[in-house]
Every structure is written in structure tokens, then in C-alpha cells.
Ligand binder design. Structure first.
Ligand SMILES: [Zn+2]
Length: 53
């Protein structure tokens, strides 16, 4: 079971949760190139169903 990837920018409020490493990497790279910001990606395990609002 694949983890959830939390992508967060260090320079602006941009962030996102992605269900695949590939998608997270694409979004991270796109933001870094578009804004010249530093973005980090963290894999988090979330076994229980998502309860996000
Ligand atoms: Zn940013």
C-alpha cells in the first residue's frame, strides 16, 4: 500500500497531498520551476480513511 505524499513549499502557502510519489514529484517540480521556490516532499503513512475537510 502506497503512502500519501505531502508536498509543501517553504516560501509560500502552497502545499498538497498526493497519493503517488510520481504525482507528488511532478507537482513539486512544477512549483519549483514556476516560482523558483524550495519545495519539500514528505511521505506520510495514513492507513485509516481520509477525514479531511
Ligand atoms: Zn511556493
Amino acid at each position: 500500500m502506497e503512502g500519501v505524499h505531502h508536498v509543501v513549499c517553504h516560501k509560500c502557502p502552497f502545499e498538497g497531498l498526493y497519493g503517488s510519489a510520481t504525482h507528488a514529484s511532478v507537482e513539486r517540480t512544477a512549483h519549483e520551476q514556476a516560482y523558483d521556490h524550495r519545495v519539500s516532499s514528505l511521505e506520510i503513512n495514513r492507513p485509516e480513511p481520509s477525514a479531511e475537510v
